[in-house]
Design a protein around this ligand. Structure first.
Ligand SMILES: CC(C)(COP(=O)(O)OP(=O)(O)OC[C@H]1O[C@@H](n2cnc3c(N)ncnc32)[C@H](O)[C@@H]1OP(=O)(O)O)[C@@H](O)C(=O)NCCC(=O)NCCS
Length: 204
């Protein structure tokens, strides 16, 4: 059990590109380097039915996408939210998203979320990206506990959480209003900074 106090400034998320070799995690914002640009990337993501259902990103038109990117820039500037575009290192194509944000910065409690574009799914990318963001958050921002919540029945998200070393802790009833307009029960998963790394087959 840790009793040490950390100041909020030590818990600022500072913009950085995380290099996974074939994949780069680049901070989302107006200037994100992406093939076709960040607005087009977000519009493509928002048009995918599964992302619209489970990660409604309110970027269904250009103005909405620009507002989303402005919120990302503001989150980075405040050190409060670290949203990364998952990008193909070879050609700059957008693959997906993994984003960490403080729930309670003074307490070191954060939450991570993710989505992958349909063509990028099933290759282990959400797992690799979210593992990288988890490690970075723990190593650089003194994150104490990171949570993942997903709708019961979203088995792919459940597997990503498990593979990233976030065991399930329980079921939250009618806890979140998703993009389908319905409150869903959710599984809560969490990883503590003191938890062991997940098995080697998950390492990216
Ligand atoms: C959830 C999502 C991010 C997973 O991305 P991904 O890159 O395909 O995931 P990975 O390839 O890293 O797979 C991780 C695990 O999930 C499993 N998985 C993938 N799709 C699955 C599915 N439809 N049903 C069950 N398990 C699935 C994989 O087999 C793998 O588990 P394993 O290693 O035990 O075989 C992606 O499906 C997605 O973007 N879905 C729509 C948005 C969404 O649900 N976001 C999460 C909101 S909480």
């Amino acid at each position: 059990m840790s009793t040490e106090k950390t100041t909020p400034d030590q818990r600022a998320f500072t913009p950085v590109t995380l290099d996974l070799g074939d994949v780069l995690l680049r901070p989302w914002g107006r200037l994100t380097e992406l093939r076709g640009g960040p607005v087009a990337g977000l519009l493509a993501a928002a048009a995918d039915p599964a992302i619209a259902r489970w990660n409604p990103i309110r970027a269904t038109d250009r103005a909405g996408a620009e507002a989303y990117l402005d919120r990302c820039d503001a989150g980075w500037a405040a050190g409060n939210a670290a949203a990364f575009a998952v990008v193909d290192a070879a050609d700059g194509t957008l693959l997906g998203n993994s984003a960490l944000r403080w729930v309670d910065r003074a307490d070191g409690l954060a939450m991570v979320g993710y989505w992958m574009l349909p063509a990028a799914r099933g290759r282990g990318l959400a797992t690799r990206a979210t593992l990288a963001v988890t490690r970075w958050g723990i190593a650089t921002a003194d994150t104490r506990r990171i949570e993942i919540a997903h709708a019961v029945g979203n088995d792919a998200s459940c597997r990503v959480a498990e593979r990233c070393g976030y065991p399930a802790e329980g079921t939250l009833r009618d806890s979140h209003h998703y993009g389908d307009g319905v409150y869903h029960d959710e599984h809560l998963h969490a990883r503590l900074a003191t938890d062991p790394e997940p098995p080697a087959r998950s390492l990216g």
